[in-house]
Design a binder for this molecule. Structure first.
Ligand code: FRU
Length: 497
């Protein structure tokens, strides 16, 4: 590959971020979740394997803790747990992306790392007209430096079906099949509702439009952002992040959601037949997830652990935004399961275990506390209406996970986490105890805490709730409580990364 010469704009960002990374203490960051090097981060981008390593890019505004002209930040990992920051990969420095380098994906092809992203054209023409469009572009690189393709953009609004939006046309996700490369991208149909367009190419540069893979008819939000499409077991999954959704019971919530559309796919006609839809995460902070496939065949998903609608800024950190733990997806009885990557287990230390512990009142268990932990709680007897776990707890602060056995409902609540904005603080979902042959009911909870976040995996990954909270590290207590009698098994590990 020829030597890549970076723009002055990108070099400036790289200088700023290098200095910032060395000045921001590691203790002010999550220990095993990727956080922004400096400034603002949103969507995961370019989640891919290149030369045997996992690369993760992200939407990035390094100049402040709020969203601004989008760059692509960059990092890599060998195990999805320990992340190494790399220099920012792209700045909005070309005429076709001067309004921002928006979300996209990456693929390894002929030894090169090829990035796909949306360029934002946002300018005023000589006649005063506003020219706003979103176009799909590529950049090729060696894992550190990336050169934008001279023929950009590679897909424009000229190559969308009749009536589809040229203004809302973004977030390309590319993959390879035996007969060529495929790509899905989000758009809006003539009626204004979101749709996913499918394209095919032989060389990653010339793209042929194939079909509208699926679309909302108003029932699942407006613009569909950040599509991904893959097979899982016998099903095909279309993963999208719709804007402007309406809550349906506990299944979806108002605003920006991420949803799995389960279905079947007929390759010859490029038709996807949708059969079922579920939320990808039932917590407060999860959006714009993207997946990759590892060489051993695992489908791994990572999401932005924040929400556009309920976003709030901490005012004491120099970074803003983090990703979830990458999660392994599997499918059982027609249902997607998500579990933290197995690699996390090698960082578990100092096991503390309680088996058959009866809880009848407010209870603290010796050795069960901390803010960087892997905590498993199994409820095995249910003589109560409510059972709760307060964590990140002290006299002033708490995070609350509460199970209502009568309603079979699990609530996550950050009301007492020191927030001073009136953002959404509580979310509920149904959670049925598992019935294990002869042993009665059991509800399995696994909480991953990492300084400023929690991810609650329920019943071995059947459902997940993710939430961020920004409280002082001294709030590290864990308290169990119930209005009746519960019997629990607890295993706690420190996570030492
Ligand atoms: C989703 C999103 C994408 C877009 C990016 C801009 O969170 O709105 O559709 O590419 O963020 O930062």
């Amino acid at each position: 590959m020829e030597k890549i010469i970076n723009s002055a704009q990108l070099e400036q960002v790289r200088t700023i971020e290098q200095k910032a990374i060395s000045e921001i203490s590691m203790e002010s960051r999550p220990a095993y979740h990727l956080s922004s090097p400096v400034g603002w981060m949103n969507d995961p981008n370019g989640f891919s394997v290149y030369r045997g390593e996992y690369h993760l890019f992200f939407q990035y505004h390094p100049f402040s803790n709020v969203w601004g002209p989008m760059h692509w930040g960059h990092c890599k990992s060998n195990d999805f747990v320990k992340w190494e920051y790399l220099p920012a990969a792209m700045a909005p420095d070309e005429s076709y992306d001067a309004g921002g380098c928006y979300s996209g994906s990456a693929i390894e092809a002929a030894g090169e790392h090829v990035l796909f992203y949306t360029g934002i054209i946002d300018r005023y023409l000589e006649d005063g007209a506003h020219d706003y469009r979103q176009v799909q572009c590529i950049a090729k690189g060696n894992g550190i430096d990336y050169c934008k393709y001279a023929g950009n953009p590679v897909i424009t609004g000229e190559n969308v079906p009749e009536g589809s939006s040229k203004e809302d046309f973004r977030d390309p996700k590319v993959w390879k099949e035996e007969d060529g490369y495929y790509l899905v991208v989000g758009s809006r149909a003539e009626d204004g509702y979101g749709q996913v367009l499918l394209y095919r190419s032989d060389d990653l540069k010339k793209w042929e439009f194939l079909s509208v893979l699926d679309q909302s008819r108003g029932e699942y939000g407006k613009m569909w952002e950040c599509p991904d499409f893959f097979s899982l077991g016998n099903a095909y999954i279309l993963l999208v992040s719709p804007q402007n959704m309406r809550a349906k019971g506990y299944e979806f919530h108002n605003g920006n959601n991420a949803i799995f559309l389960y279905g079947s796919y007929d390759r010859p006609t490029h038709k996807f037949e949708r059969e079922k839809i579920t939320s990808a995460d039932y917590g407060l902070d999860f959006y714009a997830p993207q997946t990759l496939q590892t060489s051993d065949g695992r489908r791994i998903m990572v999401g932005w652990m924040q929400s556009w609608d309920a976003k709030f800024m901490n005012d004491f950190l120099d970074w803003s935004g983090m990703m979830t733990i990458p999660r392994e997806l599997s499918i059982k009885n027609g249902q997607i399961y998500q579990n933290p990557v197995g690699e996390l287990e090698k960082y578990r230390k100092s096991k503390v275990e309680y088996i058959g512990k009866e809880i009848t009142e407010t209870t603290v268990l010796d050795g069960v506390s901390g803010r960087i932990i892997d905590l498993q709680v199994e409820i095995t007897e249910f003589h109560f209406h409510h059972f709760s776990i307060q964590f990140a707890y002290n006299d002033e602060y708490e995070m609350l996970l509460q199970y209502n056995y009568i309603r079979k409902c699990l609530t996550i609540d950050r009301t007492q986490s020191g927030l001073i904005r009136d953002v959404v603080c509580r979310r509920k979902m149904t959670a049925q105890p598992l019935v294990s042959g002869g042993l009665g009911e059991v509800l399995k909870l696994r909480l991953l805490l990492d300084r400023y976040s929690v991810e609650v995996f329920v019943n071995e990954g059947e459902k997940v709730m993710s939430s961020v909270f920004y409280t002082p590290m001294e709030a590290d207590g864990i308290v169990f409580d119930t209005d009746g009698t519960a019997c629990i098994n607890v295993i706690k590990y420190d996570l030492c990364v």
